[in-house]
Ligand binder design. Structure first.
Ligand code: PGA
Ligand code: ZN
Length: 426
């Protein structure tokens, strides 16, 4: 039996230059593997706790030395000598060692690092690709990427309120062609924005453009035009997804669209989104309403649910209990899956399986603060849900994931589902 011999953790820096963890697991056969932990900025309030040191003298309090030492002092004693191939048992032990509902004692960042590092060490030990180990018999497919072109909100200095305007290149036979289209659209979008007189300096947190546009709707109009300019059919070949990330501009029960000089209630927001769906090829809306606005979400789903993918990110926080409630109350119809929102692989797959059984879609997602670890691509493949959201087509923490998908496609084992994933809504 393969068992866990040792764990070694250290502080590294993520794509924003903020501390995060790397964890190395060593198994009884001598195999060692490392996993790096991502970190969000526009986080949901129901996420598992990312442990930060709070020492203002280091990285403005964002150091993770406590989480690093928890890996050895708190987590290792509970998993040393245990079966490495029984992920459920391993994750159960990590959760028990932490002992809190929010994983605040050990830190979800520390726990996730261990959970992923052991899985990777097992895959190396077996000589199989990581997605196969993770999938544990689930039907694996390559994912359709949802690619950031324009950023707003917390990821681009609050230029506009909505956080993400993304291209979904679904009408292609291969992942490589889908990425080719995304790059062409990203380039066309940059040129278009410059022609309109906006200055483009640098990139936003997820590698996309973050121009100071006049309104949220302008981003939709520009993206639609960029799809056409790049030579693709809006909707049929390349559709649009938006991440409203609405919790971050919701105050006193209203959605404050400052750039547009108005504040909307839930129903008005739903109406606004509906009108944009009619005018632009939008087929996916993430966090269209506030993370605790359950009744608003039910109304949104009733009104738009047959025509659009309504994704809960801050709303579901990859939490099996919240996803179960969403399924029961028909609030949302898709889950954004972020491992570090919940903290273990077992709970992440519980959410994926729950979504599949309920007929929900699921999008496996990176964080805005990410690393060069391509783990996520294998997770997306293993999920069998056919969608991934990694950010834009620049910056190597993003490209590491796309390049892993290109590698997996080139090996010729996995199928790219394309438009099949969006049957009924495109
Ligand atoms: P985050 O953003 O990683 O900053 O939370 C990503 C998203 O909202 O989808
Ligand atoms: Zn989001």
């Amino acid at each position: 039996m393969l068992t866990i011999n040792g764990l070694f953790a250290y502080e590294i820096l993520d794509s924003r230059g903020r501390p995060t963890l790397a964890v190395e697991a060593e198994l009884s056969n001598g195999v060692r593997a490392t996993a790096q932990v991502p970190s969000g900025a526009s986080t949901g309030s129901h996420e598992a706790v990312e442990l930060r040191d709070g020492d203002a003298a280091r990285y403005r309090g964002r150091g993770v030395r406590a989480a690093v030492s928890n890996v050895r002092a708190l987590l290792l004693p509970s998993v040393a000598g245990c079966a490495a191939e029984d992920q459920k048992d391993l994750d159960g032990r990590l959760i028990a060692a932490d002992g809190t509902a929010s994983k605040s004692r050990a830190g979800a960042n520390a726990i996730l690092g261990v959970s992923c590092a052991v899985a990777r060490a097992v895959s190396i030990s077996r000589g199989e690709p990581l997605w196969k180990t993770l999938g544990a018999g689930r039907a694996a497919i390559l994912p359709v990427p949802m690619i950031n072109i324009f950023s707003g909100g917390l990821h681009a200095g609050h230029n506009i309120e909505f956080q993400d305007f993304l291209a979904i290149p679904h009408g292609f036979d291969t992942c490589a062609e889908a990425l080719h289209a995304a790059v062409a659209i990203h380039t066309a979008a940059g040129e278009l924005v410059q022609r309109r007189g906006y200055t483009l300096t640098g990139v936003a947190d997820e590698g996309g453009w973050g121009p100071a546009l006049r309104s949220n709707e302008e981003a939709l109009a520009l993206l639609t035009e960029a799809i056409e300019t790049a030579g693709f059919h809006p909707r049929d070949q390349v559709a649009i997804a938006i991440d409203v990330a609405s919790s971050h501009f919701h105050r006193d029960g209203r959605y404050h669209l400052t750039t547009e000089g108005r504040a909307l209630g839930s129903e008005e927001m739903t109406g606004l989104l509906e009108s944009w769906m009619a005018r632009y090829p939008v087929i996916s809306i993430e966090d269209g309403l506030h993370e605790d606005d359950w009744s608003g979400w039910k109304g949104l789903t009733e009104r738009l649910g047959t025509r659009a993918q309504l994704v809960g990110d801050d709303f579901f926080t990859t939490d099996p209990a919240r996803v179960r409630r969403g399924i029961e109350e028909r609030a949302g119809n898709a889950v954004l899956v972020k491992m570090n929102q919940i903290g273990t692989l077992t709970e992440t797959f519980a959410v994926v399986d729950m979504a599949r059984q309920a007929g929900f879609r699921a999008v496996v997602s990176a964080r805005s603060g990410d690393t060069e670890d391509p783990f996520l691509s294998d997770l997306a493949v293993a999920s069998g849900m056919g969608q991934i959201k990694v950010g834009s087509v620049t910056r190597s923490e993003r490209l590491a994931k796309y390049n892993r998908l290109l590698e997996l496609e080139a090996r010729g084992v996995l199928r790219f589902p394309g438009s099949e994933i969006f049957r009924g809504i495109v």
